[in-house]
Design a protein around this ligand. Structure first.
Ligand code: G4P
Length: 531
């Protein structure tokens, strides 16, 4: 029987953060390929099929042809149990994308080396920083032309204010791509284009970089150029520092080409051997709880409602924080103290929802929810406990519901209230007493679709959504003089959130910069302050 501490320390629970098209789907699939969790990859057809297998596991999603879930892929490699939690992206980008980052111990940041830091990567990275989450970087698409590597690394470091420690270094790019040099050993991993490239694991020939063979293999001019870059890195670059990685101050960097599989194996090796294992978590009161603590505790980071009207059940995604999770166990909800039994838990692998009997710290299980649970809830055996919750993130789309049948007003209000508590939408009121027709905000437009569907199915409310022109929201804080300045301006739209805190809405982001320049001591937050 494995011990709790052994199982916890071999868990690697992470999510991929990236801008659309950087290669998240491709990398996910290639990690599975290299871990022997899938056998064939690379053909467009297999890739598309895999993409569906990965994200569409609920009937309703398949019916609607969209993916709303964060699914979890669990696989073994080099003795580690890896949980890759899929962050919804593209069209299904939503508040859940951010919340997923509250459930993982590390993030893999994938960038296209011809683009560097793109807006969504940056936003997601900021959420990682907030949690001091360790981040590993993969610079993708080396088989295509990209930015000059040294300048790119400097730019990423400066833009994200993050130390970057390359663990390997590219030799050429695009048509001239020859491979990467592993910095710790000075080994050149040669890139070879083969017949089955991308579909099967790539074999990379290895040579010492400081050798005639290596010089011959990449060409004298390329060898000289890269040697110079390596010298510069040795003198001025950031070296690998495990402690700085664990505290989120330094990101190890790998280069590669996910499409052709090149560079995937070293990345997976790093994930298995060095990626951050489950960390202790802070409750609202008292000492941090270690994963090796015997008592089971877990955190709900997502609730998935089944929108099929015949099945009203919901699945709450629970990240095990400490102790061993057992099927049928009784736990208490930290927020209410209420006792519930976790009777039919399942794990998520591809399309199947398998029943699980047990899970260890770092694992994610889905538990049946009959409406008692909320995003951010803590479940614990024994006495109730509350971990610090998951904040709301500034919405980027706003609207108001317009009833088709005015007699349904009460149902609409009740539905919006309940669904906002579940984290489907955020609600903003125009005054403390003004509770009707609130402004609704979402991070991703799909959340409005979910809201409409659920109002229809669960509350029998038919309503249209009328969009509002705002694109940005900020929670207001800081010096009272600055706050008063803002309050006195009629060109800002002031609303209050569910906790009656002031929020300003704007159509353009520069309005916030203007306010910050003119209001003494004003502070504006794009992530809800948790106090
Ligand atoms: P995403 O999930 O981050 O949005 O990215 P995804 O993996 O879907 O990749 C986006 C596009 O970039 C895909 O091309 C994919 O094949 C390509 N790509 C991913 N990794 C690499 C790489 O290492 N090198 C090159 N050259 N391309 C890469 P697509 O044409 O949009 O899609 P598809 O037709 O291949 O499905």
């Amino acid at each position: 029987m494995p011990t709790l501490i052994e199982e916890a320390t071999r868990r690697r629970t992470f999510a991929i953060i990236s801008h659309p098209d950087a290669g998240k789907t491709t990398i996910t699939e290639k990690l599975l390929l290299y871990a022997n969790a899938i056998s064939l990859a690379g053909s467009v057809k297999a890739r598309k099929a895999a993409r569906h297998a990965i994200s569409d596991w609920m009937q309703m999603e398949r019916e609607r042809g969209i993916s709303i879930t964060s699914s979890v892929l669990q696989f073994e490699h080099l003795g580690s149990a890896i949980n890759l939690v899929d962050t919804p992206g593209h069209a299904d980008f939503s508040a859940d994308t951010y919340r997923t980052l509250a459930a993982v111990d590390s993030a893999l940041m994938v960038m296209d080396h011809s683009k560097g830091v793109e807006p969504r990567t940056r936003k997601l990275f900021e959420v990682c920083r907030l949690r001091r989450l360790p981040v590993v970087t993969f610079m993708n698409k080396l088989d295509r032309h990209g930015l000059e590597p040294l300048a790119l690394v400097d730019d990423v470091a400066a833009t994200l204010d993050l130390r970057i420690a390359p663990l390997n270094w590219p030799v050429g790019m695009g048509r001239d791509f020859r491979g990467v040099v592993e910095l710790a050993t000075g080994t050149l991993h040669l890139y070879a284009t083969g017949e089955h490239h991308g579909q099967q694991q790539a074999e990379a020939a290895q040579l010492p970089w400081a050798s005639d063979e290596a010089e011959e293999a990449v060409g004298a001019a390329m060898h000289a150029h890269v040697s110079e870059e390596l010298e510069l890195l040795a003198e001025a670059g950031d070296g690998w520092d495990p402690d700085a990685y664990m505290s989120g101050d330094l990101s190890p960097l790998f280069w590669g080409s996910a499409m052709t599989n090149f560079g995937v194996e070293p990345l997976l090796g790093f994930i298995s051997r060095h990626m951050a294992p489950p960390a202790p978590r802070e409750p609202e009161e008292g000492r941090a709880v270690s994963p090796a603590d015997d008592r089971f505790t877990g955190m709900v980071f997502k609730i998935q409602a089944n929108m099929n009207p015949r099945h009203r059940d919901r699945v709450a995604f629970v990240r095990v924080v400490s102790g061993h999770f057992e099927r049928g166990m009784d736990v208490r909800i930290g927020r209410t103290g209420e006792k519930i039994r976790l009777s039919n838990p399942h794990s998520f692998m591809a399309q199947d929802r398998e029943l699980v009997t047990g899970a260890w710290p770092g694992d994610i299980v889905g538990v049946h929810d009959s409406g008692n649970l909320r995003v951010g809830d803590t479940l614990a055996g024994g006495e109730p406990l509350r971990y610090t919750g998951i904040p709301q993130f500034a919405p980027e789309h706003f609207g108001q519901m317009r009833l088709k049948d005015p007699l349904k007003r009460k149902s609409l209000d009740a539905g919006v209230e309940q669904l906002s508590q579940e984290g489907v939408v955020q609600v903003f009121y125009r005054g403390i007493k003004e509770r009707q027709d609130p402004y609704l905000g979402v991070v991703g437009l799909l959340q409005f679709e979910v809201l409409k569907e659920r109002l229809k199915n669960e509350y029998s409310v038919q309503a249209d959504l009328v969009s509002l022109p705002f694109k940005h929201a900020r929670w207001v804080g800081g010096d009272p003089a600055g706050v008063a300045w803002l309050r006195g301006r009629s060109d800002y739209v002031h609303v209050i959130d569910r906790f009656e805190r002031t929020v300003v809405l704007a159509e353009r982001e520069w309005s916030f910069n203007y306010a910050l320049e003119h209001a003494p001591g004003l502070e504006l937050y794009d992530i809800e302050p948790l106090d």
